[in-house]
Write a protein that binds this ligand. Structure first.
Ligand code: PMP
Length: 323
């Protein structure tokens, strides 16, 4: 018997092809078993990168950095990848060419085998690469499409649980299991009228949001972001740090106690989906500068220019899909 309808996309949905262990399969056929280790234990490792339209055609943003992070995530979780970084990059180009109009590429490494124990008896890792448009191919096909995200977001500081702890599941690992706990925190915040949550690290300092990194401009005008051990090493975070340096801004990676929010001039989130996204307030309290603040605006504009292929200094961040 088929699974009850209504949960998944209609089977004939997007005209997309997914690269599954070296073969292209239609979107609806890219499936794994309900009892697979990937699903049952949340052990799927992934990475998610943007495809931008430029005058020279589609380009993948910082491909090598994403593939490197993907390989590191697999190592941190203990998934033995059978393909090299070069082979994975080649697959990304093939998938991007096979799916015109796609806006993102998603890499997935997982244990498809049905398993009983936490340690899999069959540790062969499958690799799948998908390219799609999250809005057109997924969200707009929901029975009730959600409203578009706001231009500036309202955050809630999650105070109950310290979620980013390198001693449990390293924040550098982009593994499905790392998203289960923030899901609940974000769900609760949504129910109270906030858009997203800020998570704390083991010491009670600000770490990141569930799928984006956090920046603030402090009272002295320095651009600050939490340090590496307690956050995912976001590719957009790294890009913004490099762009800020190019703009001559003072940049600091340092621990930020929640009290830093009281005196901050402005704040923003960064991520593949978020881009550079202004934060309107945290716990209902706005920042000193009007939102979006001047630093946020300048970095968002520069980032946009880079992704449109109009910034010669950072053209090397784009890998053009058609040579
Ligand atoms: N933190 C977490 C936990 C994330 O899942 C993401 C999204 N990949 C980010 C930060 C932002 O990373 P990036 O800029 O590479 O998308």
């Amino acid at each position: 018997m088929a699974a009850p309808s209504g949960y998944a996309l209609p089977v004939s949905a997007p005209d997309r092809r997914i690269w599954f262990d070296g073969e292209f399969v239609p979107w609806q056929d890219a499936q794994v078993h309900l009892l697979s280790h990937a699903l049952a234990r949340g052990s799927l490792v992934f990475d998610y990168m943007s495809l931008y339209e430029t005058e020279r055609g589609a380009a993948i943003f910082r491909l090598a950095d994403h593939v490197e992070r993907f390989c590191i995530s697999c190592e941190l979780v203990g998934l033995p990848l059978e393909r090299t970084a070069d082979e994975i990059s080649a697959a990304c180009f093939d998938v991007a060419r096979a799916n015109p109009g796609a806006k993102v590429l998603k890499l997935n490494a997982f244990l498809p085998s049905v398993e009983v124990d936490v340690v899999p008896a069959d540790a062969r890792v499958a690799l799948a690469v998908a390219a799609f448009d999250p809005q057109q191919d997924v969200m707009q096909r929901k029975a009730k499409p959600p409203p578009p995200p706001p231009a500036a977001i309202k955050l809630w500081l999650e105070k109950e649980r310290r979620q980013r702890r390198p001693d449990i599941l390293h924040p550098h690992a982009k593994v499905a299991a790392n998203y289960a706990s923030p899901m609940l925190a974000k769900w609760r915040a949504r129910a109270r009228g906030f858009d997203d949550v800020l998570l704390l690290d083991e010491q009670g300092c600000i770490a990141e949001a569930p799928t984006s990194n956090f920046f603030l401009v402090d009272e002295a005008g320095a651009l600050c972001t939490p340090p590496e051990p307690s956050v995912l090493l976001g590719v957009t975070r790294r890009s913004v740090l490099e762009l800020a340096a190019a703009e001559g801004l003072r940049v600091e990676q340092r621990a930020l106690a929640p009290a830093a929010l009281d005196t901050a001039r402005e704040a923003f989130l960064t991520g593949t989906s978020a881009g550079v996204l202004p934060v309107a307030c945290v716990d209902g309290r706005p920042f000193r500068a009007l939102c979006p603040g001047p630093v946020t605006e300048a970095l968002a504009a520069r980032f946009r220019r880079v992704t449109e292929g109009r910034d010669p200094d950072f053209l090397h961040w784009l890998s053009f899909v058609s040579p």
